[in-house]
Design a protein around this ligand. Sequence first.
Ligand SMILES: Cc1cc2nc3c(=O)[nH]c(=O)nc-3n(C[C@H](O)[C@H](O)[C@H](O)COP(=O)(O)OP(=O)(O)OC[C@H]3O[C@@H](n4cnc5c(N)ncnc54)[C@H](O)[C@@H]3O)c2cc1C
Ligand code: FES
Length: 276
Amino acid sequence: MGKVVSKKRLGRGVVWMEVEAGLVAGRAKPGQFVIVRVDEKGERVPLTVYRQNTEKGTVELVFQEVGKTTLKLSRLNVGDEILDLVGPLGKPFQEKLYGSVVVVGGGVGAAEAYPVAQALKKAGNHVTAILGARSADLLILEEEFRNLVDEVYIATDDGSRGRKGTVVDVLKDLIAQRVEINMVYAVGPAIMMKAVSEATKPYGVKTLVSLNPIMLDGTGMCGSCRVSVGGETKLTCVDGPEFDGHQVDFEQLMARQRMYLEAEKKALQRFLEESA
Ligand SMILES: Cc1cc2nc3c(=O)[nH]c(=O)nc-3n(C[C@H](O)[C@H](O)[C@H](O)COP(=O)(O)OP(=O)(O)OC[C@H]3O[C@@H](n4cnc5c(N)ncnc54)[C@H](O)[C@@H]3O)c2cc1C
Ligand code: FES
């Protein structure tokens, strides 16, 4: 059980929540995640530990309302209980001195990229962040990144904030300007991580991506999070979530993400009707 300690909306459809999680707080490393089950009938959803407070025994989650479970979670109020929150899970990000690094966060991926950017900064890297969203009202954590890293670039699809275009356009601009880049870390929609990896591959820039396949148990038992990396099958929950972007079979990842789309749509519809 984990009580919701505080909650606020960061952008349209994006919620920040601080939750009591005594067994996780202080133990989660950058890149690690928890699996949350809102109630007894609820499915399990993986969410990255955005920040944590050891003294208070809390973790902060930032999530997008995409379907039934994340919507249910966002409807909890301060004082309500989450049934279970298991973690930290996944391999931690290895903080290392690369030199000059670019951290790319697409949409809610900004929250997932934040702890990694923090670790890269701590390791002494020059950190550039590229944050993107479809429009300004979906953009999150700009201020937090400006306070953390050396440079921040913003892109929105409709040009309502920052450069008109995608995070990948900004990255390509930096590469064209021959800005020194020793490593790129990208997290966001699979299609974005694919485009980032394609942009860096011709230049041989090491590119790490944090994958988001469907997960169930998060412990390597169910196989639902399997991905193909360099021709080998890997389990994202135990071997990842971070992999070499140049080796990932993104087409397979996206096809597997679409597998339950119809069932998920129906579940959301039912939930909205029942809770109206
Ligand atoms: C390691 C990891 C860390 C993540 N961290 C965050 C985070 O910090 N913030 C955030 O907003 N999202 C994060 N996600 C994605 C998040 O888990 C999904 O958005 C969530 O599970 C959707 O559940 P739902 O029931 O609301 O939507 P559904 O209606 O079930 O699904 C809507 C869409 O979400 C995706 N999805 C559904 N179930 C899962 C699942 N179990 N795992 C992954 N994707 C799924 C599918 O693409 C699906 O089409 C993370 C995913 C992974 C794998
Ligand atoms: S989520 Fe079940 S094996 Fe990874």
